[in-house]
Every structure is written in C-alpha cells, then in structure tokens.
Design a protein around this ligand. Structure first.
Ligand SMILES: N[C@@H](CCC(=O)N[C@@H](CS)C(=O)NCC(=O)O)C(=O)O
Length: 231
C-alpha cells in the first residue's frame, strides 16, 4: 500500500475527518496512523511525532511512498492530489461549472466559518443542544455562518437534485461532513431539506465508519472541551 494518512482523534479532529472520509468513501486503500492529541505543546508526543514528518506540526497529512515519500500537509491539497491520482473515482464533479462551484465552497470552508468553528468545535460523541441554543442566541456571527451554510446547501441541492451537494458524493461533501457533525452535536435548528442532507451524509458508509470509530475512542481531552468537564 502506498498511501498513508496521519490523523488526530476521530472525535475531535475535523480536518482529519475530511480526507479520511474521502478515501474510505471512494474505496481507496490507505494506512491510517492515528496520533492522539495529548496536547499541542511543542514537547507533546503529538507535536514531536507530526513535526518529524511535517514542519507545520498539524494533521491531516498524506504520504505517498510511490512518489519518493511525498508528504502533503494540507486538506485541500490532499484532496486535489487524490482527485488527480484517481481520476476514475470522480472525486470532483465531472461538469466544469459544477467543479468550479465545488472548489469554491471547499475554499470557503477552508478559509472561513471562523465563528462557527470556534464556538461549535467538532465533538461527535457529545450532545449539547442547550449550548447550541445559547451560542446561537449570543453570537450573531455564528448565526450568520449557519445561515450561509443553509443557503449554500439549499441552492446546491436544488440545482443538482441531490442526494449529495453535486448529485453524487464528491470532495465537497467530505469537506462539509464535519459541519454535519457539529449541527447534530449542538442541535442547530435547520430546515427539513437540510436536516435530510445531514442525515444522508451521516449514513454514507465512509462517514458512518468514522462516527463509529469516534464513539469508540472514549478519550476526553480537556483542551478540546470548552463546554464539558467530563464525558
Ligand atoms: N490548514 C490545515 C489545518 C489543519 C489543522 O488545523 N489541523 C488541526 C487538527 S484538526 C491540528 O493539527 N492542530 C494542531 C495545532 O494547532 O497545533 C488543513 O487544511 O489541513
């Protein structure tokens, strides 16, 4: 096997989830190396392990042994690389306009939604609808992020006819899968069409497998937990 993916805790690591789900859902074989988030301090096991391979010290990172040990350390770059390496998997939409839209929303996720990401950190096993209500009540920027996602998904599902954002599963759905986890954890109210899309994403075999692993971790990391004192 030539591809290896280093990831963090499945319950918490939203960036790790994206390429893992993409690989799994596309049926591409890879080695998984889960490096537990003991801490992000320079002397932590996590940082020492990851910086030995990737100077940014972050996950996910993909290595390809067939390419002389190539290391790719950014989620969008990993997804682009996989789309080029496996054209038969159609990881981006086939239509050029749809592909441009898919790239736009992935870039938007990659660079944006700061308020939502800050106040609704991914925590798959947690069930925090009361926190969700308070955050939505107090943070207009989070409400704006949620409204933008609802508008984006509504328009894309209408245009493609579903079941995924661009019809068939693509990198775009993998990119927004952690958002689906967050909407569930924090009980964010969304229109029925959006709730149905979230449910379809959760039921994708690649996403369901990630959720199962996340729930089996039983690992409580206080620095990833702004809202809970224990599990
Ligand atoms: N831009 C990077 C972001 C990766 C990232 O922030 N990963 C987090 C885990 S979800 C991480 O490794 N954090 C360690 C740190 O901040 O020191 C990407 O797209 O892959």
């Amino acid at each position: 096997m030539t591809l290896s993916l280093h990831i963090g805790n499945k319950n918490y690591s939203s960036w790790s989830m994206r390429p893992w789900v993409l690989l799994r859902q596309a049926g591409i074989e890879f080695h998984e190396h889960l490096v537990r988030f003991d801490s992000f301090e320079p002397d932590s096991h996590f940082k020492k392990t990851i910086t030995a391979i990737n100077p940014t010290g972050k996950v996910p990172l993909l290595t390809d042994d067939f390419m002389g040990g190539l290391v790719i350390w950014d989620t969008l770059a990993i997804c682009e690389y996989l789309a080029e390496k496996y054209p038969e998997k159609h990881l981006w939409p086939a239509d050029a306009a749809a592909r441009a839209r898919a790239r736009s929303i992935c870039a938007e996720m990659h660079a944006g939604f700061g308020a939502l990401r800050q106040h609704f950190p991914m925590n798959i096993e947690a069930n925090l609808p009361e926190i969700g209500q308070l955050v939505l009540r107090d943070h207009a920027d989070v409400r704006r992020d949620v409204a933008r996602i609802v508008d984006m998904w509504t328009a894309l599902l209408k245009r493609s006819g579903g079941p995924m954002l661009f019809g068939q599963f693509s990198i775009a759905d993998a990119f927004y899968a952690p958002l689906c986890m967050r909407l569930t954890t924090y009980g964010v109210p969304v229109p029925p069409d959006i709730a149905a899309y979230v449910q379809r994403v959760r039921e994708l075999p690649g996403v369901a497998a990630w959720i199962t692993d996340a729930l089996a971790e039983h690992d409580f990391l206080p620095f990833e937990e702004p809202y809970r004192l224990h599990r």
